[in-house]
Unconditional design. Structure first.
Length: 568
């Protein structure tokens, strides 16, 4: 039985039957459309009071009938034929709409993403005279859109066309002509702006509320751009709005939502990222209007963690964090994530598919939490073994990209992966550092542990999932809080780390703030930090500046030298 796509809820059985009968239609392979077929789908669309989209291959076979607009009924990459970068997909879309105007940006962007052969839009109407003649829908005018190798505006839209004139066009000749343009263009291939792009094209959205300063707002947006870049996305532009509080349905105002939609479609963005947590209902409301996937800051961070987790323990903790975040935002995709689904004796009477999926995810969460507890117990045993050896432990903590892994490598030759990226490493690494006491010439051993980087408003799901890792901080003898002094927001980074550490069950008795990357700052910034934190150490891990001073200060700390606490 042929499948109907799109939003078919609420349609009568007779309408369902009419839509399925469209699969029986056939268009001549050398025709774009026929007047008879245009009239048929105009009639069906008018009777069901919804736009419909018909997807046709080059043999004239209808491969998909869907209720909705072109942007709402797109084919996935798996459903599209695989062609070379200079060829169109071999699929065209015939769409209906009630407005006598060219296709909107959302429909055109959908055409680009799918590399459609063409998009034909039928503007339909239903008049009293039509109904007397037994015609419930009529094609007033037609628009033809197709792709061109122009990176700025990759489509051409015809002026209003008569359906009879359009049906006389030789479709084979049109396709040959259009694809030849891409073959000879040399600067833009179809693959470069089609659905097969290997990275997300992102539009950022920031909302500045009354409890935020301009400086905080700008820093947060700049950090979000870096997060998107780290996740593998490409930031195209940023849209901002000032409101006293977020809109309960759409986060930003309705006018701003329309502006976001227009900009996103003009830039051919395929992802909208909000610089704050948004609810599942807000995301759905936005997606229904913009017709582009919408995520929030937390989802970007979770995606980065999923990419960066290397060890089995790291992957376990990331999966737990993702599921805990997803559960309250469930959109009906839980069953496919696990084989622990329901079965005989597991479903209550009348239980819906959504409830079953929620139960599936909850069971998976419980299983992962047990495994994290086992990981936590294992780390506890390792720490106890280290304590029995009476080797002091120093935990490296700090904002992400402060240089913790670089410092660990320089001091211990650990060869931990480093990069100028947020969350370059997730898995804690412990290495031995041997320091020579300048007074006694005795060689002293210290264990240095690199921990996961912190970030402003670290998602609670990650805090919970990575508690086994964060306990490396709680159980250490000394906390070395590394700060990137070259970052414009270094003061707020210190505050963010303080807030996260305050949520830990215990803190080391000694804490030392170490300012890194001093080779990249001006004298004024360095003097300001030295005045505010006179007991701190100022180094450059990459330039090996003042590392001996740092080592001697660490010896003083493990020997019980007390310095004023800077995290209280």
């Amino acid at each position: 039985m042929e499948t109907l796509y799109g939003n078919i809820q609420g349609l009568k059985s007779s309408h369902i039957k009419q839509l399925k009968q469209l699969y029986e239609q056939r268009i001549s392979s050398d025709r774009l459309i026929t007047p008879e077929f245009a009239q048929t789908i105009a009639t069906v669309s008018t009777e069901i009071h919804h736009p419909i989209c018909i997807y046709i291959n080059r043999r004239g076979q209808i491969i998909r009938v869907a209720v909705g607009t072109p942007s709402q009924t797109q084919l996935s990459a798996a459903d599209l034929p695989r062609h070379s970068a200079e060829r169109l997909s071999g699929i065209r879309c015939i769409a209906t709409q009630t407005k006598s105007e060219p296709p909107d940006p959302a429909s055109l962007t959908a055409m680009v993403r799918q590399r459609l052969d063409a998009l034909v839009v039928l503007a339909i109407s239903s008049s009293g005279s039509d109904r007397k003649r037994g015609i419930t829908g009529d094609v007033k005018e037609t628009y033809l859109a197709h792709l061109v190798p122009d990176p700025q505006t990759p489509w051409i839209i015809s002026s209003p066309l008569n359906i009879d004139a359009l049906s006389e066009e030789d479709f084979d000749e049109l396709i040959d002509e259009w694809e030849a343009e891409f073959t000879g263009s040399g600067h833009q291939t179809l693959k470069e702006f089609g659905i097969e792009s290997d990275h997300d094209r992102v539009l950022l959205v920031g909302l500045m509320t009354e409890n935020m300063s301009q400086h905080q707002f700008e820093d947060s947006l700049a950090e979000l751009a870096r997060l998107v870049d780290t996740a593998g996305g490409k930031v195209l532009d940023t849209v901002t709005q000032k409101r006293s509080r977020p809109h309960p349905q759409t986060v930003v105002g309705q006018g701003k939502v329309e502006e976001i939609a227009n900009i996103a479609h003009q830039l051919r963005a395929n992802l909208i990222v909000f610089d704050r947590d948004i609810s599942a209902s807000q995301a759905r409301n936005l997606e229904s209007t913009i017709s582009i996937r919408v995520v929030d800051r937390t989802e970007v961070i979770l995606d980065i963690f999923a990419q960066r987790a290397q060890s089995q323990a790291g992957k376990l903790q990331v999966e737990l964090a993702q599921l805990e975040y997803m559960l309250p935002r469930l959109r009906g995709r839980g069953q496919e994530m696990s084989r622990l689904g329901g079965g005989i004796g597991t479903r209550g009477p009348g239980e819906t598919k959504l409830e079953t999926e929620r139960r599936t995810i909850q069971r998976k969460i419980n299983q992962l939490q047990q495994e994290v507890n086992q990981l936590q117990a294992h780390r506890t045993r390792l720490r106890e073994q280290r304590q029995q050896q009476e080797i002091p432990v120093i935990a490296l903590a700090g904002y992400t990209n402060a240089g913790k892994s670089t410092l660990l490598n320089v001091l211990t030759h650990a060869e931990v992966y480093t990069a100028d990226q947020l969350f370059a490493t997730l898995d804690p690494t412990t290495r031995k550092l041997v320091i020579t006491d300048p007074n006694t010439q005795e060689r002293r051993s210290i264990l240095l542990t690199d921990t996961v980087g912190f970030i402003h408003e670290l998602p609670p799901a990650l805090m919970d999932a990575f508690r086994a890792t964060l306990e490396e901080v709680s159980e250490a003898d000394v906390l070395l809080h590394l700060v990137d002094l070259s970052h414009p927001a270094w003061e707020s980074h210190i505050q963010s780390v303080k807030e996260i550490l305050a949520d830990l069950p215990a803190m080391p008795g000694q804490t030392l703030i170490v300012f890194n990357k001093v080779d990249r700052v001006d004298n004024e910034t360095l003097a300001e930090a030295q005045q505010q934190y006179p007991e701190s150490v100022f180094i450059s891990a990459t330039k090996h500046l003042e590392l001996d001073t740092l080592k001697q200060r660490l010896l003083q700390l493990i020997d019980g030298y007390v310095i004023p606490s800077t995290l209280s």
